[in-house]
Design a protein around this ligand. Structure first.
Ligand code: FES
Ligand code: FE2
Length: 335
Protein backbone atom coordinates (compact mmCIF):
# COMPACT_ATOMS: atom_id res chain seq x y z
CA UNK A 1 0.00 0.00 0.00
CA UNK A 2 1.27 3.34 -0.96
CA UNK A 3 1.83 5.13 2.27
CA UNK A 4 1.83 8.85 1.97
CA UNK A 5 3.75 10.39 4.84
CA UNK A 6 1.73 12.97 6.62
CA UNK A 7 3.38 16.23 7.58
CA UNK A 8 4.43 16.27 11.23
CA UNK A 9 1.88 17.81 13.50
CA UNK A 10 3.26 21.26 14.19
CA UNK A 11 4.26 21.71 17.79
CA UNK A 12 2.54 24.99 18.43
CA UNK A 13 1.88 26.50 21.79
CA UNK A 14 -1.32 28.03 22.94
CA UNK A 15 -1.45 31.72 22.21
CA UNK A 16 -2.56 32.69 25.70
CA UNK A 17 -4.14 35.92 26.84
CA UNK A 18 -2.87 39.01 25.04
CA UNK A 19 -0.35 41.18 26.86
CA UNK A 20 -1.95 44.59 26.89
CA UNK A 21 0.00 47.72 26.01
CA UNK A 22 1.29 49.77 28.94
CA UNK A 23 -1.07 52.71 29.40
CA UNK A 24 -2.98 54.60 32.10
CA UNK A 25 -5.99 52.32 31.40
CA UNK A 26 -4.03 49.03 31.55
CA UNK A 27 -1.41 50.22 34.06
CA UNK A 28 2.37 50.29 33.86
CA UNK A 29 4.55 47.50 35.25
CA UNK A 30 5.64 48.03 38.85
CA UNK A 31 9.34 48.28 38.06
CA UNK A 32 12.28 50.42 39.07
CA UNK A 33 12.84 52.66 36.03
CA UNK A 34 16.02 54.64 35.33
CA UNK A 35 14.92 58.29 35.17
CA UNK A 36 18.10 60.24 34.39
CA UNK A 37 21.81 60.34 35.14
CA UNK A 38 22.69 61.35 38.70
CA UNK A 39 24.81 64.21 37.30
CA UNK A 40 21.70 65.74 35.69
CA UNK A 41 20.15 66.34 39.12
CA UNK A 42 22.20 69.22 40.46
CA UNK A 43 21.79 70.80 43.89
CA UNK A 44 19.31 73.71 43.84
CA UNK A 45 18.14 72.89 40.31
CA UNK A 46 14.99 71.15 39.06
CA UNK A 47 15.42 68.52 36.37
CA UNK A 48 12.36 67.71 34.24
CA UNK A 49 12.00 64.67 32.00
CA UNK A 50 9.43 62.36 30.35
CA UNK A 51 8.31 59.20 32.15
CA UNK A 52 5.54 56.68 31.43
CA UNK A 53 2.50 58.64 30.15
CA UNK A 54 3.79 62.05 31.23
CA UNK A 55 6.47 64.01 32.95
CA UNK A 56 8.37 64.07 36.26
CA UNK A 57 10.85 66.28 38.07
CA UNK A 58 13.95 65.19 39.96
CA UNK A 59 15.51 67.28 42.72
CA UNK A 60 17.96 66.90 45.59
CA UNK A 61 17.04 67.66 49.19
CA UNK A 62 19.33 69.42 51.70
CA UNK A 63 21.15 66.11 52.32
CA UNK A 64 21.73 65.59 48.60
CA UNK A 65 19.19 62.74 48.42
CA UNK A 66 17.36 62.52 45.07
CA UNK A 67 13.55 62.66 44.82
CA UNK A 68 11.40 62.01 41.75
CA UNK A 69 7.92 63.55 41.72
CA UNK A 70 5.11 64.38 39.30
CA UNK A 71 5.96 67.49 37.29
CA UNK A 72 2.64 69.37 37.25
CA UNK A 73 1.66 71.83 39.97
CA UNK A 74 -1.45 70.90 41.97
CA UNK A 75 -2.84 74.44 41.57
CA UNK A 76 -3.30 75.00 37.83
CA UNK A 77 -0.81 72.55 36.40
CA UNK A 78 2.27 74.60 35.56
CA UNK A 79 5.34 72.50 34.77
CA UNK A 80 7.43 72.67 37.94
CA UNK A 81 10.64 72.07 36.01
CA UNK A 82 10.22 75.70 34.86
CA UNK A 83 10.28 76.76 38.52
CA UNK A 84 13.10 77.27 40.98
CA UNK A 85 14.40 75.82 44.20
CA UNK A 86 13.79 78.47 46.86
CA UNK A 87 14.64 77.76 50.48
CA UNK A 88 14.86 74.02 49.84
CA UNK A 89 11.40 73.90 48.22
CA UNK A 90 10.22 73.61 44.62
CA UNK A 91 8.60 76.95 43.75
CA UNK A 92 6.05 76.84 40.95
CA UNK A 93 6.78 79.37 38.18
CA UNK A 94 3.12 80.43 37.93
CA UNK A 95 1.71 81.52 41.33
CA UNK A 96 4.70 80.56 43.48
CA UNK A 97 3.17 77.75 45.51
CA UNK A 98 5.99 75.83 47.18
CA UNK A 99 6.41 72.05 47.51
CA UNK A 100 8.83 70.24 49.82
CA UNK A 101 11.03 67.29 48.84
CA UNK A 102 8.19 64.85 49.66
CA UNK A 103 5.90 66.76 47.27
CA UNK A 104 3.68 68.39 49.90
CA UNK A 105 2.57 71.96 49.23
CA UNK A 106 3.87 73.89 52.22
CA UNK A 107 2.96 77.46 51.21
CA UNK A 108 1.13 79.63 48.71
CA UNK A 109 2.43 83.08 47.86
CA UNK A 110 -0.70 84.85 49.18
CA UNK A 111 -0.95 83.24 52.62
CA UNK A 112 -3.95 81.10 51.57
CA UNK A 113 -3.73 77.77 53.35
CA UNK A 114 -2.58 75.06 50.89
CA UNK A 115 -5.43 72.59 50.18
CA UNK A 116 -5.04 69.41 52.23
CA UNK A 117 -4.48 67.20 49.19
CA UNK A 118 -2.08 69.58 47.43
CA UNK A 119 0.60 66.92 47.13
CA UNK A 120 2.64 65.84 44.13
CA UNK A 121 3.07 62.13 43.46
CA UNK A 122 6.36 61.20 45.12
CA UNK A 123 7.94 58.07 43.62
CA UNK A 124 10.13 55.80 45.77
CA UNK A 125 13.55 56.98 44.57
CA UNK A 126 17.04 55.45 44.65
CA UNK A 127 20.46 56.11 43.14
CA UNK A 128 22.67 53.36 41.76
CA UNK A 129 25.37 53.10 39.10
CA UNK A 130 25.22 56.80 38.26
CA UNK A 131 21.47 56.85 37.66
CA UNK A 132 18.43 58.10 39.54
CA UNK A 133 15.73 55.40 39.60
CA UNK A 134 12.03 55.70 40.40
CA UNK A 135 9.72 52.85 41.36
CA UNK A 136 6.27 52.86 39.78
CA UNK A 137 4.14 52.28 42.86
CA UNK A 138 3.50 53.45 46.40
CA UNK A 139 6.19 51.12 47.82
CA UNK A 140 9.00 49.25 46.03
CA UNK A 141 8.28 45.55 45.50
CA UNK A 142 11.99 44.69 45.17
CA UNK A 143 15.43 46.27 45.61
CA UNK A 144 16.75 48.64 42.94
CA UNK A 145 18.55 46.57 40.24
CA UNK A 146 22.05 45.59 41.31
CA UNK A 147 24.89 43.28 40.41
CA UNK A 148 25.93 40.31 42.57
CA UNK A 149 29.09 42.34 43.37
CA UNK A 150 28.51 45.54 45.43
CA UNK A 151 28.78 48.83 43.53
CA UNK A 152 31.71 50.05 45.70
CA UNK A 153 33.83 47.14 44.48
CA UNK A 154 33.22 47.83 40.78
CA UNK A 155 34.51 50.09 38.06
CA UNK A 156 31.83 50.83 35.52
CA UNK A 157 30.85 52.83 32.45
CA UNK A 158 27.36 53.94 31.56
CA UNK A 159 25.34 55.16 28.58
CA UNK A 160 21.69 56.22 28.39
CA UNK A 161 20.86 56.93 24.79
CA UNK A 162 19.38 53.92 23.00
CA UNK A 163 15.71 54.55 22.12
CA UNK A 164 13.35 51.81 20.96
CA UNK A 165 9.77 52.23 19.79
CA UNK A 166 8.14 49.49 21.88
CA UNK A 167 6.89 49.03 25.43
CA UNK A 168 9.85 48.06 27.63
CA UNK A 169 8.93 44.39 28.12
CA UNK A 170 9.27 43.75 24.37
CA UNK A 171 12.96 44.66 23.90
CA UNK A 172 13.67 42.78 27.16
CA UNK A 173 12.05 39.65 25.72
CA UNK A 174 15.11 39.56 23.44
CA UNK A 175 17.35 37.73 25.86
CA UNK A 176 14.81 34.87 26.07
CA UNK A 177 14.20 34.84 22.32
CA UNK A 178 16.50 32.08 21.15
CA UNK A 179 15.35 32.12 17.51
CA UNK A 180 16.23 35.79 17.11
CA UNK A 181 19.62 35.37 18.83
CA UNK A 182 20.59 32.96 16.09
CA UNK A 183 18.91 34.74 13.15
CA UNK A 184 19.77 38.35 14.00
CA UNK A 185 22.90 38.15 16.17
CA UNK A 186 24.39 34.83 14.96
CA UNK A 187 24.57 33.75 18.60
CA UNK A 188 23.99 30.13 19.49
CA UNK A 189 22.38 30.04 22.93
CA UNK A 190 22.11 27.00 25.15
CA UNK A 191 19.65 27.34 27.98
CA UNK A 192 17.17 24.97 29.56
CA UNK A 193 13.81 26.69 30.11
CA UNK A 194 13.08 24.20 32.90
CA UNK A 195 16.09 25.51 34.87
CA UNK A 196 14.87 29.11 34.94
CA UNK A 197 14.00 30.22 38.45
CA UNK A 198 11.01 32.55 38.33
CA UNK A 199 10.13 34.71 41.31
CA UNK A 200 7.32 37.28 41.47
CA UNK A 201 9.58 40.20 40.44
CA UNK A 202 12.74 38.63 39.03
CA UNK A 203 14.16 35.69 37.13
CA UNK A 204 17.50 33.90 37.43
CA UNK A 205 19.21 31.37 35.19
CA UNK A 206 22.45 30.24 33.57
CA UNK A 207 23.13 30.04 29.85
CA UNK A 208 25.98 29.43 27.43
CA UNK A 209 26.39 31.79 24.49
CA UNK A 210 28.52 30.95 21.52
CA UNK A 211 29.35 34.36 20.04
CA UNK A 212 31.23 34.78 16.75
CA UNK A 213 34.66 36.25 17.50
CA UNK A 214 34.28 35.80 21.27
CA UNK A 215 33.82 32.05 21.63
CA UNK A 216 31.77 30.31 24.32
CA UNK A 217 30.63 32.49 27.21
CA UNK A 218 29.05 30.92 30.28
CA UNK A 219 26.70 33.54 31.70
CA UNK A 220 24.62 34.01 34.81
CA UNK A 221 21.49 36.00 33.98
CA UNK A 222 19.37 38.09 36.33
CA UNK A 223 16.13 39.69 35.18
CA UNK A 224 14.64 42.38 37.44
CA UNK A 225 11.04 43.37 36.85
CA UNK A 226 10.17 43.52 33.16
CA UNK A 227 12.68 46.18 32.16
CA UNK A 228 16.11 45.09 33.31
CA UNK A 229 18.47 42.28 32.41
CA UNK A 230 21.95 41.56 33.78
CA UNK A 231 24.54 39.21 32.29
CA UNK A 232 27.61 38.16 34.23
CA UNK A 233 30.37 36.58 32.11
CA UNK A 234 34.14 36.11 32.24
CA UNK A 235 36.28 38.07 29.80
CA UNK A 236 40.10 38.27 29.89
CA UNK A 237 39.89 36.15 33.01
CA UNK A 238 37.83 38.68 34.97
CA UNK A 239 34.09 38.99 35.66
CA UNK A 240 32.36 41.39 33.28
CA UNK A 241 28.84 42.48 34.13
CA UNK A 242 26.35 44.09 31.78
CA UNK A 243 23.11 45.67 32.88
CA UNK A 244 20.54 47.20 30.58
CA UNK A 245 17.37 48.78 31.88
CA UNK A 246 14.60 50.66 30.11
CA UNK A 247 12.67 53.79 31.03
CA UNK A 248 9.05 53.80 29.87
CA UNK A 249 8.24 56.92 27.80
CA UNK A 250 5.02 58.30 26.31
CA UNK A 251 4.05 56.79 22.95
CA UNK A 252 5.18 53.24 23.88
CA UNK A 253 8.84 54.20 23.57
CA UNK A 254 11.69 52.99 25.83
CA UNK A 255 15.02 54.68 26.58
CA UNK A 256 17.71 52.19 27.58
CA UNK A 257 20.67 52.44 29.93
CA UNK A 258 23.75 50.35 29.42
CA UNK A 259 26.08 49.70 32.32
CA UNK A 260 29.24 47.64 31.98
CA UNK A 261 31.17 46.84 35.16
CA UNK A 262 34.14 44.82 36.33
CA UNK A 263 35.77 44.47 39.77
CA UNK A 264 38.18 47.25 40.75
CA UNK A 265 41.87 46.48 40.36
CA UNK A 266 44.17 45.38 43.14
CA UNK A 267 47.25 47.14 41.74
CA UNK A 268 48.67 44.24 39.69
CA UNK A 269 50.85 45.25 36.72
CA UNK A 270 48.87 45.50 33.49
CA UNK A 271 45.55 45.37 35.35
CA UNK A 272 44.45 48.90 34.43
CA UNK A 273 44.72 48.06 30.71
CA UNK A 274 42.77 44.82 31.25
CA UNK A 275 39.99 46.69 33.07
CA UNK A 276 39.87 49.27 30.31
CA UNK A 277 39.67 46.58 27.64
CA UNK A 278 37.00 44.58 29.53
CA UNK A 279 34.80 47.68 29.95
CA UNK A 280 35.26 48.74 26.31
CA UNK A 281 34.43 45.25 25.08
CA UNK A 282 31.37 44.96 27.37
CA UNK A 283 30.02 48.28 26.10
CA UNK A 284 30.80 47.45 22.46
CA UNK A 285 29.00 44.10 22.71
CA UNK A 286 25.91 45.67 24.31
CA UNK A 287 25.76 48.38 21.63
CA UNK A 288 26.21 45.82 18.87
CA UNK A 289 23.22 43.79 20.12
CA UNK A 290 21.01 46.89 20.32
CA UNK A 291 22.11 48.12 16.88
CA UNK A 292 21.39 44.77 15.24
CA UNK A 293 17.85 44.79 16.71
CA UNK A 294 17.08 48.42 16.02
CA UNK A 295 15.27 48.33 12.66
CA UNK A 296 13.23 45.29 13.65
CA UNK A 297 12.23 46.81 16.99
CA UNK A 298 11.16 50.00 15.24
CA UNK A 299 8.64 48.31 12.97
CA UNK A 300 7.49 45.32 15.03
CA UNK A 301 3.82 45.13 16.04
CA UNK A 302 4.01 42.91 19.07
CA UNK A 303 1.72 39.92 19.29
CA UNK A 304 2.10 36.53 20.82
CA UNK A 305 0.72 34.46 18.03
CA UNK A 306 2.19 31.08 17.19
CA UNK A 307 5.17 29.98 19.22
CA UNK A 308 7.07 26.78 18.52
CA UNK A 309 9.24 24.35 20.47
CA UNK A 310 12.31 26.62 20.28
CA UNK A 311 10.28 29.45 21.79
CA UNK A 312 9.77 27.70 25.15
CA UNK A 313 12.15 30.11 26.90
CA UNK A 314 10.38 33.09 25.35
CA UNK A 315 7.00 31.63 26.36
CA UNK A 316 8.16 31.44 29.99
CA UNK A 317 9.26 35.08 29.91
CA UNK A 318 5.97 36.19 28.35
CA UNK A 319 3.99 34.29 30.99
CA UNK A 320 6.07 36.06 33.65
CA UNK A 321 5.27 39.43 32.00
CA UNK A 322 1.58 38.56 31.80
CA UNK A 323 1.47 37.84 35.54
CA UNK A 324 3.54 40.90 36.46
CA UNK A 325 1.79 43.50 38.69
CA UNK A 326 0.87 46.85 37.17
CA UNK A 327 -0.44 50.10 38.54
CA UNK A 328 -1.83 53.42 37.31
CA UNK A 329 -1.33 55.09 40.68
CA UNK A 330 0.82 57.94 39.31
CA UNK A 331 -0.69 58.24 35.83
CA UNK A 332 -3.19 61.06 36.48
CA UNK A 333 -0.61 63.13 38.34
CA UNK A 334 2.18 62.99 35.78
CA UNK A 335 0.05 63.69 32.68
S1 FES B 1 -0.05 76.68 38.81
FE1 FES B 1 1.46 76.41 40.32
S2 FES B 1 1.02 77.85 41.81
FE2 FES B 1 -0.52 78.09 40.34
FE1 FE2 C 1 18.45 41.21 20.12
Amino acid sequence: MNSISRPMKPEVMQRGEPILPQSPENGYDQNWYPICSSSEVEPDKIYGTEFMNGRVIAIRDADGKAHVMSAYCRHLGADLSDGEIIGGTVRCPYHHWRFDAQGTCVATAVNDKPPANAKLFHFPTAEAFGFVWAFNGAEPLYEVPHFPIPEEGLEYRTEFNVLTHQDHFIPYSNSSDIQHLMAVHKINLEVNPEDVEIFPHRMHYFQTMNVPGMGKLRQEVFVFGTNCVIFMSQFLGRPVLNMSSGKALPGHRTLHTMITATPKGTGQPGEAEQIDLALSEGMRFGNQLFNEDMTIMKHLKFRRDLLTHSDRMLARYLDYVRAYPRTSIACDMIA
